[in-house]
Design a protein around this ligand. Structure first.
Ligand code: MN
Length: 360
């Protein structure tokens, strides 16, 4: 009896999900596609320990509250740090590559000097991992927005010397958003380096925290997407993309609510056009400068909507490991009813283009 890769994949997924997976009717003659997952959290023991320590300070902040529930010996901490375990699961599931990034909120809860130093250390470690397993891992570099000038320098080092693949930033920093002109040298650097910035969630800023403080609303159930949606809208309306027309921004979680509202956003932009700062309609700008990923959203109608409105060239696959499990995400992307051409774009082709990953 011959066992094809699909059968092995299903067996692997069943093994790791701990549950038998119902055999779906096989799609005839589908080629196995390269699978590149683009929002995969990673950390160092020191970084996890520092976040857990912040969680114990009693700081009245939504991210601090979340980290107060994490310990350095938890499964989450282990999965963030353990690259070997991650690699074994990837192999069993047929995941070719994780694009790793320092877990949220990165260095953005620390004081300026500590943040600058932590980002540099994390970037060095990340580049070691990528260099040791270049076909399995790529990496998005961190920087400390607390110090925009040194952030821009670190960004240049990470692309030119460490050969990392882009950047990650976790929404607000000290309750400020990156549309403020003092942060624009970060965008200037990213554009000049032809490296995308992944705008990743963290809990809503203190300035809008109160309504999110109940029912665990600060996190993935609503607060993350509300926070990043606000941030993305600020960037779009501020003229950042007029000033840096080749800047590429990536939003996870099927676009953090923004794509669903583009028609209405355009509608009201037009009605206020005379006073608008950005010269481009939000939808024009979104389709020119922003890509989205599927992280944490295994919902076929949402993906098909995004393909129809943004185009399949603007969407990348992501799991959001270890906050989400790998197996269901692979399963979703394998089987979701979209064209095979679009599946290839989402599974790997767009990631290769945006993050400068060599084709397999
Ligand atoms: Mn994530």
């Amino acid at each position: 009896m011959t066992i094809d890769r699909r059968t092995m994949l299903r067996a692997g997924m069943a093994m790791f999900s701990g549950a038998a997976i119902e055999a779906a009717p096989a799609r005839p003659s589908r080629t196995v596609l390269r699978r590149i997952a683009t929002e995969e959290a990673w950390s160092t023991p020191e970084h996890v320990a520092a976040l857990c320590a912040i969680g114990q300070t009693g700081w009245d902040n939504l991210d601090a509250r979340s980290w107060g529930k994490v310990t350095t010996t938890s499964q989450l901490a282990r999965r963030l740090v353990d690259v070997d375990e991650r690699g074994r699961v990837m192999q069993a599931l047929g995941i070719d590559m994780h694009v790793l990034s320092l877990t949220s909120p990165g260095v953005q809860m620390f004081g300026r000097e500590q943040a600058v130093a932590m980002a540099a250390t994390a970037n060095d470690r990340l580049s070691e991992i990528v260099r040791s397993q270049p076909s399995r891992f790529a990496g998005l570099a961190s920087f400390a927005p607390q110090d925009p000038a040194r952030a821009a320098k670190e960004m240049e080092r990470c692309i030119r010397e460490l050969r990392l693949n882009g950047f990650i930033v976790n929404s607000h920093t000290e309750n400020e958003y990156l549309d403020l002109p003092k942060y624009w040298e970060i965008f200037e650097a990213a554009e000049a380096l032809d490296a995308a910035i992944y705008l990743h969630p963290r809990a809503p800023a203190d300035t809008m925290a109160k309504p999110y403080a109940d029912y665990e609303m600060q996190a993935a159930i609503w607060g993350f997407q509300a926070e990043v949606g606000v941030h993305a809208m600020r960037l779009m309306l501020s003229g950042v993309f007029d000033r840096f027309p080749k800047l590429t921004l990536v939003l996870g979680h099927m676009g953090e609510n923004v794509p669903f509202h583009l028609w209405r956003t355009d509608h009201w932009y037009e009605r206020r056009r005379a006073s608008a700062v950005s010269k481009l309609r939000p939808s024009e700008l979104f389709k020119r400068n922003i890509l989205i990923t599927t992280s944490g959203v295994e919902h076929a109608p949402a993906l098909r909507y995004a393909i129809e409105v943004l185009g399949a060239d603007r969407i990348m696959w992501a799991i959001d490991y270890p906050y989400e499990e790998m197996a269901p995400s692979v399963s979703f992307m394998n089987d979701v009813a979209i064209s095979e051409e679009d599946r290839a774009k989402v599974f790997h082709q767009n990631a290769e283009r945006v993050f400068h990953i060599a084709p397999a």
